[in-house]
Every structure is written in C-alpha cells, then in structure tokens.
Design a protein around this ligand. Structure first.
Ligand SMILES: Cc1cc2nc3c(=O)[nH]c(=O)nc-3n(C[C@H](O)[C@H](O)[C@H](O)COP(=O)(O)OP(=O)(O)OC[C@H]3O[C@@H](n4cnc5c(N)ncnc54)[C@H](O)[C@@H]3O)c2cc1C
Length: 393
C-alpha cells in the first residue's frame, strides 16, 4: 500500500527566492537519473517532487535486468524474468530472451538511486509552471545570467539550469499535453498477492481485452502486476483490467494507473531540459519508459555537468542534449508505426508471425538485442569523456 509521507503543515516552509545551480523537477526514474549524474559535480543541485522520494509508484516496475545492475540498484530486484509469453486469441508463444526483465520494488529503487546522489538536496513541492524569465520570453535561444524561474506551491525557485522530469504532462512547457487529444496511451493495473513462482513477463494481444493495446502480468515474487494499456487515450481501461484479473483468477485490488506518451517530443525548449516521459522518452508499442528515462537522464546529466564545469556554454549543452535525443527518432518512430500496424493485423496473421519468430532463437536474440540496443545499459557505465554524442542529421 502507498504510504503518504509528504511533508505537511509547519514542515512545509517557504522556499521562495531559493537560488540553485540546477533545479531538477521530478524525483522518479528520469529526475533521479539526472541528479545521480550530477553527484560530485560541486554544484548546488535541488530536486523537487510533490511526493517524497519513492512514495508513489508510477509503473509496473519491470525493466531490463542489465539496466538495474548498470544503475547500481540491483538490490531492488524482486524477481528476474528470463522469458516472455505472448498470447493471442489463437494461442500462446513463449520466448527465452537474450537478456531478462526484472520486476523491482519502486520505493527501494528510488532510495538506492537517491543514495548515489551525494550532496544533491531534495524538497517536496508541487511545481505549478514557469515563472517569467528571459528564456521563457526569448524561446530559450539564450539563457539569462540571472537564471530561469519555476513556480511551486512553496514559492518561486531560481536556477541556472532547469530540468522537467515531471512526467507526461510536460508541466514546464508553455503548452501542456492533455488527454484525450494528446499522443498519449493510458494504463491501469492491479497488484494482487499471488503464490507460485512464474518466470515470464506475460503479454496479451487480444481485441476482446482492449481494441488497440495489450494486457500484461509482471510477477514480482509475492505480488503480480496485472494491467491493460490502451494506445487510444479515449478508451477506458478499468473494465478490461478487472476482466483480465478475473480471467487470471486474481483479485483486482490496489489500483494504479497513469498516462504515458507514445511520441517523441523536443527534449529542450525555452531553455528547459525535458527528460523521460516529459520528452516522450517512452517507447510506443511496448510502453517501456523506465530504461529510457535512465538513459536520457544520464545524457542530460552529463551535458549539465559539462556546462557547470565551464566546458560548454549553457545553450550549447541544451542544443547537444536536444540533438542526442532527436538522434533516436528513428527507433521511436518505428515503435510508433508498429503500434499502429500490429493492432490492425488479423489476429491469425499476428499469431503466425509470433510463432515464426518463436521457432528461431537467433531471430529472438536479434530482435530483442536490437530493442535493447536502442537504449543500451553500457551507456550508464562509459566515462563521460569517452562518450560519443550522436548528432541528429
Ligand atoms: C500502468 C503503467 C505501467 C507501466 N509499466 C512500465 C513497466 O513495467 N516498465 C517500463 O519501462 N515502463 C512502464 N510504464 C511507463 C513508465 O511508468 C514511464 O515511462 C516512466 O514512469 C517515466 O518516468 P519519468 O521519471 O519520466 O516520469 P514519472 O515516473 O511519471 O515521474 C514523474 C515524477 O514527477 C512528479 N510530479 C508530477 N507532476 C508534478 C508536479 N506538478 N509537481 C511536482 N512533482 C510532480 C511525480 O510525483 C513523479 O515522481 C508504465 C506506465 C503505466 C501507466
């Protein structure tokens, strides 16, 4: 169960007028990855979130195991899942992946990331939007020496650099993303207690469950995360989630849901760095956005580190980070095309395609190897100075 720990009453003192080098808004996967990268940078870095760190889980919490090792958070792993099953109305296939998924504990993962953030500070505050500053006015073409301003429920904060890691809404942008018209998917899951030891992440692609989307089950030892995602934000997912839970004979209890983006967005705008869901760094089709939040969070943190060290001008850091993100447009675009094509395939054809792939381990290895390569965990380990930064054509 979620425990509310957010500071209330007198503990919520005013932060008005606070000035820092870097303000990271959002303390989930993306924000903590940025902050972790800035540990030891000798800068004054403040992370804010409306909740305490790790207080509110935001996903089914399955990520490639190698990424959790690369981020030094392997202690949060509850169960490793070396297999995936795909079920259609015409049968099931089971793949052994070239790498495994890991179901992890959200609170523990966030705390382990936070332990690596060194001198970075944290405050609970709800971010309301941008304040009036030079960069907001000039579109971020130059960053004002006095910094950017961000309005929160605890006052206005000022920072040389501002990161929006606040999720799908893109709170600090002049235009927010708002369902149902925005390119967003929606997901809902339940967290029943289960017994037994499954070793697969299960996926259902069945129109009777959801017309354009998929169902999932992520076992994590004592609990399972059973949910449904719809690529169409207008479709409600509560009924399908309950139906899938009943079909799997588990209780539809402990609900958790959210929107998630399925289209890449500009990663820098009006002087702000956008990371994770706020930049659309969530793969369409799979709805996988944790490792990409780590990956682009690291990239953002490294650019900020270089700017803080005086190795780049702030505008250059923004431009390089935006280019790095945009250089991945092909992979994100392909995922979006597949998200459109796969639900339209006749179910028998989809079943045959899944079976054909399942009959060839080299094909499974190549496909899932390519998928992991699009945001590979080795990126977390390479020293910043040796890292090539791809620049969009
Ligand atoms: C039901 C569901 C299941 C999913 N399962 C998986 C999965 O198993 N694996 C996977 O890879 N992806 C999964 N995803 C997608 C994944 O959750 C997101 O892509 C990922 O959480 C993005 O990380 P983030 O740090 O960018 O944003 P978030 O995790 O959304 O974090 C945003 C943070 O900002 C804070 N915040 C938001 N607004 C404000 C505000 N105004 N003021 C202050 N703080 C604010 C929030 O409290 C939160 O801490 C799932 C999504 C859903 C909806």
């Amino acid at each position: 169960m979620t425990r509310r720990a957010t500071k209330r009453g007198p503990a919520r003192t005013s932060l008005d007028g606070t000035r820092v080098d870097v303000l990271v808004c959002g303390a989930s996967f993306a924000g903590l990855a940025v902050a972790r990268e800035l540990a030891g940078a000798g800068a004054d870095v403040l992370v804010v979130d409306r909740y305490e760190i790790g207080e509110r889980a935001t996903s089914a919490c399955a990520a490639p195991t190698p990424w959790l090792h690369a981020m030094g958070v392997e202690r949060s792993i509850r169960q490793e899942l070396p297999f995936m099953t795909f079920t259609t109305p015409h049968g099931s296939v089971r793949y052994r992946l070239p790498w495994s998924w890991a179901a992890f504990d959200y609170r523990e993962l966030c705390e382990l990331l936070w332990e690596q953030c060194g001198e970075v500070r944290f405050e609970t505050a709800t971010v309301e939007g941008r304040g009036v500053d030079g960069a907001a006015a000039n579109g971020g073409s130059s960053l004002p020496a006095e910094g950017l301003t961000v309005r929160t429920d605890r006052g206005t904060l000022h920072a040389r650099f501002v990161v929006d890691a606040l999720g799908w809404k893109r709170v600090l942008a002049s235009r927010h993303y708002q369902p149902p018209d925005a390119p967003l998917s929606r997901g809902l899951e339940v967290h029943p207690h289960v017994t037994g030891s499954d070793d697969a992440l299960d996926v259902w692609v069945e129109r009777s469950i959801v017309r354009r989307g998929y169902g999932w089950r992520v076992p994590d030892g004592g609990e399972a995360r059973v949910g449904v995602g719809s690529y169409d934000p207008r479709r409600h997912v509560k009924e399908p989630t309950v139906a899938l839970a009943r079909r799997l004979e588990v209780d539809p209890v402990r609900y958790q849901g959210n929107w998630f983006p399925h289209r890449l967005r500009p990663a820098a705008q009006d002087g702000v760095f956008y990371v994770g869901d706020s930049a659309g760094h969530c793969f369409a089709l799979s709805g996988e956005g944790i490792r990409t939040a780590f990956y682009f969070g690291i990239a953002c943190g490294r650019e900020l580190g270089a700017a803080l060290a005086g190795e780049r001008r702030p505008e250059e850091a923004l431009r390089r980070y935006a280019s790095f993100s945009a250089a991945h447009a092909r992979a994100f675009g392909l995922a979006l095309r597949l998200q459109r094509v796969i639900p339209a395939l006749p179910p028998r054809m989809l079943t045959l395609a899944l079976r054909a792939m399942g009959s060839s381990q080299p094909m499974i290895d190549r496909s899932f190897g390519w998928y992991l390569d699009q945001a590979h965990p080795s990126f977390a380990q390479r020293p910043a100075v040796e890292r090539p930064v791809p620049v969009a054509a």
